[in-house]
Design a protein around this ligand. Structure first.
Ligand code: PEP
Length: 250
């Protein structure tokens, strides 16, 4: 049976103790959840949350990482440091990194390659702004982000990569792309992937949707053939709202 990948991005929220409390609640709520569930707390809480999720089915993710292994890079976090504390996945190219911190496709690509080389599973985020969508640039923007973000990624490691389609105008705004619109973009993403790799690779790749996902719309989104999971922001901050998304089938 198809397994969905539901990831929670906690962004710049929660102290260490608040993160531990939420992680414990999620472990008890989602212990027998049939989906792949990932949580991405802030860097400061990763080590403590790692202890909570150790030996459970919940995957520990980071929200970002630096593009280098080590050295004089003030303020950065290395994939080696993430691995060292039990992180398995990393969100890269989130629209907040692209738009608030000026991350380029080239930088994101460097991080994707480094994450894979260090056996961390990247979630590569792509998505258009409202202006780009209304200007008819959706496909060129998303296509470029995919082609540039995946440059040099070998077909043999593609199963370790997840794509998250997150229309920027739907993130944290309460506006969700309709399931039909989201599915159409996911289908386009598969077309780009087929051109870069193969039809088979494009078909088997996991593509999450992100942008105001909540319990009320999760099942409808997941019912679409090209949507394989969700990257969740605001609703990931409480067990009452994240639990039902991860358990959308029950
Ligand atoms: C996100 O930050 O990736 C996100 C999708 O946020 P939200 O669910 O709050 O829209």
């Amino acid at each position: 049976m198809r397994k969905y990948y539901i990831a929670g991005n906690w962004k710049m929220h929660k102290t260490v103790s608040e993160s531990v409390t939420l992680a414990k609640s999620l472990v008890s709520e989602l212990g027998s959840c049939g989906e792949r569930v990932m949580i991405a707390p802030a860097f400061t809480a990763l080590a403590a949350v790692a202890e909570v999720v150790k030996g459970t089915s919940i995957i520990l993710g980071a929200q970002n990482m630096g593009p280098d292994l080590q050295g004089a890079h003030t303020g950065e976090i290395s994939p080696l440091m993430l691995k060292d504390i039990g992180v398995k996945a990393v969100i890269l190219g989130h629209s907040e990194r692209r738009h608030s911190y000026g991350e380029s496709d080239a930088l994101i690509n460097k991080k994707v390659l480094l994450a894979l080389a260090q056996a961390l599973e990247p979630i590569l985020c792509v998505g258009e702004t409202l202006e780009e969508r209304e200007g008819g640039k959706l496909e060129s923007v998303v296509g470029t982000q995919l082609r540039e973000g995946l440059k040099g990624v070998a077909a043999t490691v593609l199963d370790k990569v997840t794509i998250a389609y997150e229309p920027v105008w739907a993130i944290g705004t309460g506006k969700t792309a309709t399931p039909e619109d989201a599915d159409a973009v996911h289908a386009y993403i598969r077309t780009v992937l087929a051109g870069l790799y193969s039809e088979a690779a494009a078909k088997s790749m996991c593509i999450q949707y992100g942008g105001s996902v909540k319990a009320e719309n999760a099942a409808e989104l997941m019912a679409k053939p090209n949507i394989d999971g969700a990257l969740v922001g605001g609703a990931a901050l409480k067990v009452e709202t994240f639990g039902p998304i991860a358990q959308f089938r029950s």
